[in-house]
Write a protein that binds this ligand. Structure first.
Ligand SMILES: *Cc1c(COP(=O)(O)O)cnc(C)c1O
Length: 722
């Protein structure tokens, strides 16, 4: 797969050409709106595009650049003559301009306008029209920027622009996952080339594999936040170096190292070139940890007499680190040989380090020459603070890395704290619910999220019927989406969950709908549900109280085991309703995620404990009134209160096999005795009163607690401040 990709590469396409469109004068402002992702988290914003031509909007994959280039001049002029449309546009532009005119507020002893926080991450999931993310980490980073923008935190972000992004997934006839990569420049992108005062491209240089590699900078506007992306696909570079920023998580270990050098070292150089002096560098995951070497290098240039230890002492107070995986193997680790070939001697010597001292920085035991260089131990050594992404993950991380600290340290004394993840409420809450909140709470409903008690009271007061009707509407939308998405895979003769005889008959809005969408990885236990297939089919086939399942998720291109798990799921072919009541939606991305989390009744998650560092999709579902049905791990341990969803399994089982068996039993019995009966029991006026009470409890308790507004404020208060 990788091979095929690298031979078909289009290396001549160096300069991004906007797709090019001319808008009629009265609607010219759309051009400006399309260049800032602010529109994407405001229903009135995306409606300005969609309402021009809804079908084309979907065909353009909600990408304004593509859409405006493809829409006909006739449609545009019709809108330019539509006074209702023009006043909606004017209102939106005023709101946007007002938003943009409020400059960031300085944080006492923290990030300020002149010394912002600098956020570094290898992927960003801002919108599906900018496909430079693979999953949870990227979405989290995107949501972090949106909340930082809404809260007006002085923050600037740095990442990489992957020319071929992450793969698009297709499932072949035999159930095997296929990957396709496209040059994202052909999609139309809301990015701008960064130019200096004299109109020259801003580039940085990083020494890699014995050559100077150049990277140019692009700017992405996320509300008030500026995200800079580095891109090595430029003329000045050799072909091989142009592909450094080719694929997200593609290539081999060496590709990883050189990408991470561009991100970390190139990223710091870019900020300097732009005249930005961050008060704190936030390493979101270890991928960017080489940035600390650049800071050390800067210090040693300014202080030629100083030692590396002194440089390290100067660097640590500026850097903070967030770890995201609860297993050592999940962290980037490089052999010294690989590292050696990507870092030249002069760089290491310039840090006043011997090779072995350098490699030791990335080892749990610096003296153990057999230990690879891990980006997590390295980041832990170079940063003043470290945190996991949920309370449980903090605890697990302290256990995982305690050997790095003094010999007899108690796990609780290991200096790794936690900030629990969140999601950006306006991005994930369905427009229909947002308008209920506007009606029932007020225009500024989102501000109430900082006052938990007031928010809970407001949600409880919303009439049951209104809540339920909105939910059913979203569920019907999901079903229509599923039918549309699967239509191209109609076989006419045979059903699997990926291919269907007749997609018009798929799913019913009256049936309890369970969503399961996540990366396909062993620990996520995709097959747990199928442990006892007969028992599942009994639920699916039940004449009065059936269940239907919607699945989505990508397997890593090189993970054959994960692809086999998917293939097995695709090939179940049974004499039952399974094929009509279970579907697999291809190419899980932000758009698919939005339909799913907004439309299902139940969001299921069954990771093997304690391997789910946090998980965030369940938070999105909760905010839309779906009930979580999950293993008590990651965020759900903190969120679950007995009345806002369902828990699977016991907390303390050590043995994996035993845990799988117990969790499967718990999953089935909870479905049979709790989830299904509660969903189907009707109270007053035919409404599922008990279920609605749980929905409201879920929205009331989980929305404020798991929003990125709360999360970003926690970072500001507890991590970014000096
Ligand atoms: C939210 C999201 C994720 C992360 O979800 P998990 O709960 O961590 O599995 C991954 N991919 C997409 C497209 C998402 O929207």
């Amino acid at each position: 797969m990788q091979q095929a990709v690298s031979t078909s590469m289009d290396l001549t396409f160096h300069t991004f050409q906007p797709l090019g469109f001319t808008l009629p004068e009265p609607i010219k402002e759309l051009e400006r709106i399309a260049m800032n992702f602010y529109w994407s988290w405001h229903p009135e914003g995306f409606d300005l595009f969609r309402s021009i031509e809804p079908e084309l909007w979907d065909k353009s994959e909600q990408n304004p650049q593509r859409f405006l280039a493809d829409v006909s001049q006739l449609r545009l002029w019709q809108k330019a003559n539509d006074s209702d449309y023009l006043s909606r546009l004017k209102r939106f532009v005023e709101r946007f301009d007002l938003y943009m005119s409020e400059s960031a507020s300085d944080v006492v002893n923290g990030p300020t306008k002149s010394n912002p926080a600098a956020y570094f991450c290898a992927e960003y999931g801002i919108h599906n029209s900018l496909p430079i993310y693979s999953g949870g980490l990227g979405i989290l980073a995107g949501d972090h920027l949106k909340s930082a923008s809404d809260l007006n935190i002085p923050l600037v972000a740095v990442g990489l622009l992957y020319r071929y992004g992450y793969f698009r997934q297709r499932i072949a006839h035999d159930g095997w996952q296929e990957e396709n990569y496209t040059n994202i420049f052909n999609l139309g992108l809301a990015i701008e080339q960064v130019l200096d005062e004299s109109g020259e491209r801003v580039t940085v240089m990083v020494h890699i594999r014995g050559r100077e590699v150049h990277a140019q900078a692009w700017l992405v506007r996320v509300g008030r936040i500026k995200l800079y992306l580095l891109d090595t696909n430029i003329n000045e570079n050799d072909e091989i170096d142009r592909m450094i920023t080719g694929h997200l998580y593609g290539g081999n270990t060496e590709t990883r190292i050189v990408q991470e050098k561009v991100l970390g070292i190139g990223g710091v150089r870019l900020l300097r070139k732009l005249g930005i002096s961050p008060s704190v560098f936030h390493l979101n995951e270890g991928h960017s940890a080489f940035l600390t070497l650049e800071l050390a290098h800067e210090y040693l240039v300014a202080n030629p007499e100083a030692s590396f230890e002194e440089a390290q002492d100067a660097v640590r107070p500026q850097c903070v680190f967030t770890t995201h995986t609860p297993v050592a193997a999940g962290n980037d680790a490089f052999s010294t040989g690989e590292l050696h070939s990507c870092f030249d001697q002069n760089f290491i010597a310039g840090l006043k380090l011997t090779d072995q001292e350098f490699f030791g920085l990335g080892r749990i035991d610096p003296g153990d020459v057999d230990e690879p260089f891990g980006m997590t131990p390295f980041a832990l050594r170079m940063c003043r603070s470290a945190n996991g992404v949920s309370e449980k993950h903090g605890e697990v991380s302290r256990g995982l890395w305690k050997e790095m600290y003094s010999e007899n340290i108690e796990p609780n004394d290991v200096p790794i704290t936690h900030i629990t993840n969140g999601v950006h409420a306006p991005t994930w809450i369905a427009p229909g619910y947002q308008s209920i909140y506007r009606d029932e709470i007020g225009e500024d409903w989102a501000k109430l999220l900082t006052d938990r008690k007031a928010w809970e009271d407001a949600i409880v007061r919303i009439p049951d019927r209104r809540m339920w009707e909105q939910h059913v509407r979203l569920k019907s939308l999901l079903i229509a989406f599923i039918r549309e998405r699967t239509r191209s895979k109609e076989t006419g003769s045979k059903d699997t969950i990926n291919e269907h005889r007749d997609t018009r008959k798929l799913f019913s809005p009256d049936v309890l709908t369970i969503g399961f969408a996540r990366r396909v990885a062993a620990y996520k236990r995709w097959n747990l549900l199928l442990t006892d297939l007969e028992r599942v089919l009994k639920m699916v086939d039940h004449p009065e109280r059936p269940v239907q399942f919607v699945f989505a998720g990508k397997a890593h291109p090189q993970d054959r085991t994960a692809k086999q798990i998917l293939q097995e799921l695709m090939s179940i072919n049974h004499d039952s309703n399974w094929q009509k009541r279970a579907v697999f939606v291809e190419d899980y991305d932000q758009e698919v995620a939005r339909y799913l989390v907004q439309g299902v009744d139940v969001w299921m998650n069954v990771p093997r404990r304690p391997l789910e560092a946090s998980g965030t999709s369940g938070m999105k579902a909760a905010m839309n009134g779906a009930l979580n049905f999950s293993v008590l791990d990651g965020w759900w341990i903190e969120g679950y209160n007995g009345k806002n969803g369902f828990a699977i399994g016991e907390l303390d089982v050590d043995d994996d096999v035993e845990m799988d068996a117990e969790d499967a039993e718990s999953l089935y019995s909870t479905l049979e005795t709790k989830v299904i009966p509660t969903f189907y029991s009707k109270g007053d006026e035919g409404l599922p009163t008990e279920w609605i009470a749980m929905m409201k409890n879920s929205i009331a308790t989980l929305t404020p607690q798991f929003s990125t507004d709360r999360m970003v404020m926690d970072y500001v208060e507890h991590i970014y401040r000096n």
